[in-house]
Design a protein around this ligand. Structure first.
Ligand SMILES: [Zn+2]
Length: 431
């Protein structure tokens, strides 16, 4: 590939009746922080219905360009510089000889006020390159119901991209794909098998398949510098992306399957069942969210409950994932209440992972305690699984965020068990 620039052209179906503003994301769903995607954008040009070039002015200090009453807007994004300057591999698109892996929100801007419009995506790849979009991994027209769906999708392409269907053994069938790019030897059958079994368990836990198809996008990368980080993964509406460092032999089975299950669980929580701040999303500045403990803690607990084959194993996972984190937490974090800790984590989750891990550990142990009580008081007839299934369905019907104080109400409706005191205790500081 001769160039690491992506050229984006946005065409509107009709001339807008008032001047438009082009906005590039600096915050992304589940990113819990800011990424300066606007700094990799160049050559912004706008054209009228008569194809005349219009004046474009950048708003100082903002990821915004005034583009007038443009019907067509064009710009370039420098993916090579993006990868060099964004140190977290999970947040940067990649271009290699024979491969490109593109995160929607790192290249797609939106027109302010038009975020809810449906979008058709046309991808022009280098001649002969196969293309996969997570909008339609099985091929065909690429359509997003709104900007969020487009931004949260990925495009992978090139002769070095491997695409294979992931077999599912259960009754549930849907298009389920592994899109894999590896710089070095990789056990692709192991990855597909672990992803398949993790997905089966998570679907069995939630009792629903809320997406029409799902893509597991895996990049196994040789580090481009010692400062770049390769351990974070990212969940999306109908896909998840995983960034692995170079492997010696097979991946560790238990840890890899849990990692898949954790990120798959996010397709239900919080992608489709969430506290305030997740939807509608604030793209220019990371939104302040006081329920990170739910989104991360309850989703991870769901993964633990779905995967654990015995009570002993469940306890081991709770210990490894949550209890040990809280035991090692510094005093100033222990003294924070859970809402405040979440608010901090919602803008610096990865930048200071102690805020992230302490939020999800407290949330995960809250979930475990609620699960224990529901099972005990219903003599094993119900569990937190029923409460979460109910909340997911409630979210689908109501299409809104829940408020924290609603949680025990919904859980009570689902199971008949009162969990309010458990919520209130965990919301308090640890010390
Ligand atoms: Zn997570």
């Amino acid at each position: 590939m001769g160039s690491a620039l992506v050229h984006v052209s946005i065409a509107l179906p009709e001339e807008p009746s008032f001047p438009q503003t082009l906005v590039m994301p600096r915050a992304v769903p589940m990113g819990y922080g800011e990424r300066p995607y606007d700094t990799f954008v160049g050559n912004v040009a706008a054209f009228s219905a008569k194809s005349d070039a219009l004046a474009v002015t950048r708003e100082e200090g903002a990821p915004r360009w005034r583009v007038g009453r443009a019907v067509r807007i064009e710009y370039d994004v420098d993916l090579a510089r993006m990868e060099r300057q964004i140190l977290s591999a999970a947040d940067a698109s990649k271009v290699r000889r024979g491969y490109a892996g593109i995160l929607g929100y790192s290249v797609f801007a939106f027109l302010e006020g038009k975020e809810d419009r449906p979008i058709r995506l046309v991808v022009q790849a280098p001649l002969g390159w196969p293309v996969l979009s997570t909008l339609a991994p099985e091929g065909g027209d690429l359509r997003a119901s709104n900007y969020y769906a487009l931004a949260d999708s990925q495009v992978a392409m090139g002769p070095k991209l491997r695409v294979l269907p992931i077999p599912l053994s259960g009754e549930v069938k849907f298009p389920f794909y592994l899109a894999l790019y590896a710089e070095g030897p990789v056990e692709e059958e192991q990855i597909a098998r672990l992803a398949g079994s993790a997905m089966e368990k998570i679907i069995a836990y939630f009792g629903s398949t809320p997406f029409p198809h799902y893509t597991v996008h895996v990049e196994l990368l040789a580090p481009i510098s010692s400062e770049h980080q390769y351990f974070f993964s990212m969940e999306h509406l109908d896909s998840a992306s995983f960034y692995l460092g170079k492997q010696e032999g097979p991946l560790p089975e238990g840890r890899t399957r849990y990692n898949f299950a954790h990120h798959f669980a996010h397709a239900w929580i919080p992608k489709r069942c969430y506290g305030e701040g997740y939807f509608p999303f604030s793209w220019e500045l990371a939104p302040l969210i006081d329920t990170v403990w739910f989104s991360e803690g309850f989703a991870q607990y769901a993964a633990i409950a779905a995967l654990a084959s015995s009570e002993e194993e469940r306890q081991q996972m709770l210990e490894r994932r949550f209890r040990s984190t809280l035991r090692d937490a510094p005093a100033f974090l222990r003294r924070m209440n859970l809402r405040d800790l979440s608010l901090v984590a919602s803008s610096r989750y990865g930048a200071d992972f102690r805020t992230g891990s302490n939020s999800f550990s407290r949330g995960g142990l809250m979930a475990a305690e609620m699960d224990d009580r529901i099972r005990e008081r219903t003599a094993g007839k119900k569990s937190l699984r029923d409460a979460l299934r109910y909340l997911v369905e409630w979210s689908r019907k109501n299409q809104r965020a829940f408020k924290i104080e609603e949680l025990p109400v919904r859980f009570g409706e689902a199971t008949g068990v009162d969990t309010q005191d458990i919520l209130e205790r965990w919301l308090k500081p640890l010390d």
